[in-house]
Write a new protein. Sequence first.
Lengths: 234, 354
Amino acid sequence: MLELKNVHTFYGHIHALKGISLTVEEGEIVTLIGSNGAGKTTTLRTISGLLAPREGEIWFEGQRIDGVSAHKITEMGIAHCPEGRKIFGRLTVRENLELGAFLRKDKDGIKQDFERVLDLFPRLRERLKQPGGTLSGGEQQMLAIGRALMSRPRILLLDEPSMGLAPILVQQIFDIIEEINAQGTTVLLVEQNARLALSIASRGYVLETGRIRLAGPAAELMDSEEVKAAYLGG
Amino acid sequence: MTIKATRRARTLPDFTTLILWGLGGISLLVILYRIFVVLTTQEELTATIWGFQLVNGLVLGGVYALIALGYTLVYGILFMINFAHGEVMMLGAYAGYFTLTYLNARGFMETNPILTLVITFVAGMLVSMLAGITLERVAYRPLRRAPRLVPLITAIGASIFLQNAALRIFGSKLRVYVKPSVIEGGFRLGESGIFVPRTGVLIFVTSILLMIGLYLLVQYTKLGKAMRAVAEDKDTAALMGIDVDRVIVQTFMLGSLLAGAAGVMLGFHNSQVNAFIGFIPGIKAFTAAVLGGIGNIPGAMFGGFFLGLAESLGPTALGIPSQYKDVIAFSLLVLVLIFRPTGLLGEVLSEKRA
Ligand SMILES: Nc1ncnc2c1ncn2[C@@H]1O[C@H](COP(=O)(O)OP(=O)(O)OP(=O)(O)O)[C@@H](O)[C@H]1O
Ligand SMILES: [Mg+2]
């Protein structure tokens, strides 16, 4: 469904991605783990068109999408829930969700998804009229995921959905990610919390300073000595 | 667990701040004293005079507010002051002039005065809109990733260019706005006999209607939401599927439409147009936008009326010749920049912009 072939991305002179190749098949949860500065966020931003790779190819459902602008990639069915939530703080919760469905014209479908998101995150329902910026961190994370779902994406790119959340909320968010996946959305999940990410993913990639260091089924990665030592705390 | 004290240490304000506030306080006292003296000694200042100034202030305020909205909309999205905005307005004023003159010559104005007004406004707005789009495309878009000072300088250059291009194309002779008979003269209001010119009514009502329209658009339409999203965070807006470049153009379009209407209004108000009419009102409207808090839409409306009223009531209240109204306007700008750079209605500048 999604394939990166030898992707190189630069920030000015900084060579952030040094030949990333990865695939995500329809229906999977694939996770991308790695330490700070490994290039996880850069990978997602390159897929969603916020950054253009200098070299390499990105294919999505038979179409080449590298170099295509971000809003067109969203239109193709890729939703990116960015690192740090990035909700629109001065817009209301409802408006944030409406913007998630910006490109859609099917009023009934939008309404349906709106209800679905509010069912997934009941706390948002009570706060629809509130400016997004007044939500708590956890609520903002829910809003960010909900907003990404509002585009009814084929694939959802999640960048550290557990960041800054209390453990109980983290578990809740991961349950919801599994539920979203079960409802038919493919997921590419970037996480610091490697253990949890590997526990819900079918496959994983380990990123290190811009390169794929390891790749394989999640269970295998979980057992690998290298991963244990570096990302699972021994 | 330790409880952290987050209270900020109270420090004495530094020396310059102290002096500034001192000066501010003294000038405020002088101004108040002056107003008091004028009010108690100038017997000939009747309600009629005050009322007339008030009406005039509201009319000017409406025009300033419309122009100020253009500055604020563009700033809200690009963090750039479009200093050529006054010239965009001037081009609209010319378009209005040519439309009026043409319709008058054909005898259309005599028979359809209201329709003439509508066509004139539409023509002014369309021409300004085209000017605004062109400006964005040619002068600003190529500089989107340049340091912020660069588009600012370009804007000043574009302003001077447009003034001189207009001078060259339209000549230096004064062009007199003809008025349809429906907006000739005026009437007296009730007992007090305050004189209200018909052009004033037209300008005030039209500006209020346009502002309501803009407010509804920004608040409730898809474009409005997209504009607000782009103003907050362009990357995330793009992730929503919003074509950011398109929204930026549409923002310029909106601001320029309002400027075009303001240009026609100024044409009627001053009864004439020349290549330089955009300059001073442009800077004043910028002042108004800053007064209200630049980037803030209700702020621009408030700032426009505040400035209009200060300019028309100020000289009378202070007992100084009305030629000093520009001094009042720009003193206000300086004062606000010193004491409240975020504007009178200004919210706290968000971390990102500061
Ligand atoms: N805007 C930028 N300009 C310059 N360098 C950048 C920029 N963003 C990221 N980098 C660099 O690119 C590399 C990869 O960064 P990236 O944000 O992709 O890491 P990450 O894996 O997401 O890390 P984290 O887990 O901390 O979020 C880092 O070395 C970082 O310093
Ligand atoms: Mg990251």
